[in-house]
Write a protein that binds this ligand. Structure first.
Ligand code: TRP
Length: 333
């Protein structure tokens, strides 16, 4: 029996944070090591241009995100790792699927509503059809499972609806995908406002840890992390969101359980705990940062790996496109 296939996409806008790492990427590496699935990951640069991007910056950030996927430990031999714009079938299938997606469906997408409110001066058609391109990413590779955060679940559900509609007219073309919510869903919060999600676009750099932050910067940011006044290391996300967030981070970085952490720091207060979290995270991210820096110095190597990823992705995509073109009734030459 063939393995189930996992597919996910990652935007190349800015350096990812510790939140992205603990919430998503670390899980991708665990999935790779478990070896249960075949996995395909793409850097979604076509999605990135729904908001205006500086060309040099887009190019650099695409390299950065790709390098980061390698730096966190994804093996380009055991996974298909590629850049979306390198496989033109994504854009082609997006057009075709657009003819099977309803205006009303797209109008209901909460991300579209949010983004059009935030970018009121540039509500382009791409922003509106963004979920159709995402459906194309998923359906091109006949993915069974799509690891995504909460904010993307609606898009995966739409993908399913579109696939069902298409299959209803042209049976057997697409695999129906399902969202994959990781077993340990870690939601990492801002270090400054612990009731909000850690977000790289937060203007206060002390609020987030970037995967490329140096050990010094990491330790400083944890020392400055917002806690509360009672100084007890105890897990209670309602009453003590700051400390609970630090405990979640510490638990994921060290593999320790909450009761063990509470015991280890009993009576010691935040003065001991915060530096310990900083050290643990610095140790966790040191190899990532080192590998990332080395890869960014060698874009020739990155090009080679990207090319290989593109070729493997394109071969998979073409199998689906042949079925789709045939099903719709395009003339084959
Ligand atoms: N829309 C996703 C996000 O913003 C990124 C994405 C694009 C994606 N294509 C995908 C995620 C396909 C999963 C599958 O995070």
């Amino acid at each position: 029996m063939s393995k189930k296939r996992i597919l996910s996409g990652v935007q190349s806008s800015g350096t990812p944070t510790l939140g992205n790492y603990l919430g998503a990427f670390k899980n991708w590496v665990a999935l790779q090591d478990a070896g249960e699935y075949e996995s395909v990951y793409c850097v979604v640069d076509l999605h990135a241009i729904t908001v205006r991007r500086d060309p040099a910056q887009l190019r650099r950030q695409t390299y950065e995100m790709y390098a980061l996927l390698l730096a966190i430990g994804l093996d380009p031999k055991r996974n298909v790792l590629f850049v979306q714009s390198h496989v033109p079938a994504h854009a082609e299938l997006a057009w075709l699927l657009g003819c099977y997606t309803m205006f009303g469906e797209l109008s209901r997408m909460t991300q579209f509503k949010d983004k059009s409110a935030r970018h009121a001066d540039n509500i382009n058609a791409g922003l509106f059809t963004y979920p159709v391109l995402m459906a194309a990413d998923i359906l091109l590779y006949q993915a069974d499972l799509v690891p995504v955060g909460d904010d993307q679940k609606q898009h995966v559900e739409l993908t399913r609806d579109v696939a069902l509609r298409f299959n209803g007219l042209h049976p057997g073309v697409f695999t129906l995908p399902a969202p994959y919510i990781p077993p340990v869903g870690a939601r990492i919060m801002s270090l400054q406002e612990p009731t909000r999600k850690m977000d790289k676009s937060d203007p206060n750099p002390a609020a987030h840890i970037l995967l490329t932050d140096t050990a010094d910067v990491i330790r400083k940011k944890f020392k400055k992390a917002v806690t509360d006044s009672d100084s007890q290391v105890r897990y209670d996300p309602e009453a003590k969101p700051g400390v609970s967030n630090l405990m979640t981070i510490y638990a994921l970085a060290t593999g320790k359980k909450f009761p063990e952490i509470e015991k280890d720091f009993e009576g010691m207060g935040y003065g001991a705990f915060k530096p310990a979290v900083g050290d643990a995270v610095a140790a966790l991210l040191a190899p990532v940062g080192d590998t990332f820096a080395r890869l960014m110095d060698d874009t020739g190597y990155l090009d080679t790996v990207m090319r290989d990823g593109r070729d493997r992705a394109a071969a998979l995509a073409e199998q689906t496109m042949e079925k789709v073109r045939q099903a719709i009734g395009f003339v084959a030459l």
